[in-house]
Design a protein around this ligand. Structure first.
Ligand SMILES: Nc1ncnc2c1ncn2[C@@H]1O[C@H](COP(=O)(O)OP(=O)(O)O)[C@@H](O)[C@H]1O
Ligand SMILES: [Mg+2]
Length: 321
C-alpha cells in the first residue's frame, strides 16, 4: 500500500501563553511506494514526530491530506498501518513480551489464534525471550524497542511508521532492527516511513530521503541524487604556514578559514567547477615560491559525505538548491 501526504500542516497554538502559534509542520508533501524505505531526516524540533503522529492519526492535522493506497486515511486502510513512536513507552511494562503481543494484537482485532501462530517466530527473529517470568519492565532499552517493533508487526501492517527506531540502542539491537526493517521492505514489500537525525541509519537503509527543517521539506531524493545535487565543488584544504590570500580569491571563491590549529590552517573553498582546482593549485604554487615554508598538507572534496550534505542543506546560505 502506498502512503501519500499532501500539503500537510500542523499549527500548535499555545493556549496558556502569549507566544505566537507554532508552525511545526509547514506544507509537507511526499509519497512512498510499497517496498520503499523513506526517511525523514532532520535536526531536533524539525517536525518529524509531529508528521508521524499526524499520519498515525494521533495528532489532528491543521490542513492537508493523508492517503493510504490512494484513499483518505480515515477508512479501513488504517487497519493496515502500525506506528512506533519515539521512546519505548508503547509496550506494557507489566506484561511479558508474549502477553504484550497478545495485548496489542487484541486491541487491533487480530485473533489470538493468529498471534499464537506468529509470535514465536517474531520473538525469535528479534532475539526476545517470550518467557513469562521475564517481565517487560526488566528488559533493556534495546529489548523494549525490539518488543515495540514486534508489537507493531503482530498486526501484519502494510504501512509501518517508525519514529527514531534505533536511537540510543545498543549496537546489537540497532543492528537487529535495521535488518528487520530492510527485510520488511525488500522481501515483504511493506511501505516504511522512518524518521531520524542519525545519518548512519539513513545511509544504511533509506531508499529515499526527505530533509526536513523548521517544518519544511527542503530537499528530497535518493542518496545518489542528493549527492549529485550537492556535489558542489567545495574543497577543504589544510595548509601549514600562513597564507596571504589575495582578496579577489576570497571574494571570487568564498574562501573561508574554518579552523586554525597551531600553524596549520583549515580552509574551505567553493571552486564552482572542477577546473577551479588547477587554478587553485597554480595560485598555491605562486604563493609557495614567495613563502618556502608554506606546505599543502591535504586537499579534498567534502560534499560526498551525507553528513556534509545535510549540514549544507540546513545552512541558510546554501549554494545549491
Ligand atoms: N504537543 C505539542 N504542543 C506544542 N508544540 C509542540 C508539540 N509537539 C511538538 N511541538 C513543537 O513542534 C516542533 C516540532 O516538534 P517535533 O515534531 O517533535 O520535532 P522532531 O521530532 O523533528 O524533533 C518543535 O518546536 C516542538 O517543540
Ligand atoms: Mg521527534
Amino acid at each position: 500500500m502506498s502512503l501519500e501526504v499532501r500539503n500537510l500542516r500542523k499549527v500548535y497554538s499555545k493556549r496558556f501563553t502569549t507566544k505566537p502559534p507554532l508552525l511545526a509542520v509547514d506544507d509537507i508533501s511526499f509519497q512512498i511506494k510499497p517496498g520503499e524505505i523513506y526517511s525523514l531526516l532532520g535536526p531536533n524540533g524539525a517536525g518529524k514526530s509531529t508528521t508521524i503522529k499526524m499520519i498515525a492519526g494521533l495528532v489532528l492535522p491543521t490542513s492537508g491530506e493523508i492517503k493510504i493506497a490512494g484513499k483518505n486515511s480515515s477508512g479501513p486502510s488504517y487497519q493496515r498501518l502500525s506506528a512506533i513512536l519515539e521512546g519505548t513507552r508503547n509496550v506494557y511494562w507489566r506484561l511479558t513480551p508474549l502477553e504484550n503481543l497478545h495485548y496489542f494484537a487484541n486491541l487491533r482485532g487480530v485473533p489470538s489464534r493468529l498471534v499464537k501462530e506468529k509470535a514465536p517466530a517474531l520473538l525469535r527473529e528479534l532475539n526476545i525471550d517470550a518467557k513469562k517470568k521475564n517481565q517487560s519492565q526488566h528488559l533493556s532499552r534495546g529489548m523494549l524497542q525490539k518488543l515495540a517493533l514486534a508489537a507493531a508487526l503482530i498486526t501484519d501492517p502494510e504501512v509501518l511508521l517508525l519514529d527514531e527506531p534505533t536511537l540510543g540502542l545498543d549496537v546489537e539491537s540497532g543492528r537487529k532492527i535495521k535488518d528487520m526493517i530492510l527485510r520488511l521492505a525488500r522481501e515483504e514489500g511493506r511501505t516504511i516511513l522512518l524518521t531520524t537525525h542519525q545519518m548512519d541509519l539513513v545511509e544504511e537503509i533509506a531508499d529515499r530521503v526527505g530533509i526536513i527543517n523548521h517544518g519544511k521539506l527542503i530537499q528530497e531524493g535518493t542518496l545518489p541524487e542528493l549527492r549529485a545535487i550537492f556535489q558542489s565543488h567545495i574543497y577543504r584544504l589544510r595548509l601549514k604556514g600562513r597564507l596571504k590570500w589575495a582578496d579577489k580569491w576570497k571574494k571570487a571563491h568564498g574562501l573561508t578559514l574554518v579552523q586554525r590549529q597551531g600553524d596549520v590552517d583549515l580552509y574551505e573553498i567553493d571552486l564552482k567547477d572542477a577546473k577551479g582546482v588547477s587554478g587553485l593549485l597554480r595560485y598555491l604554487a605562486g604563493e609557495q615560491s614567495k613563502n618556502k615554508k608554506l606546505e599543502l598538507l591535504s586537499l579534498h572534496r567534502v560534499t560526498d559525505e551525507l553528513e556534509e550534505i545535510f549540514l549544507r542543506v540546513l545552512r541558510p546560505d546554501r549554494g545549491a538548491s
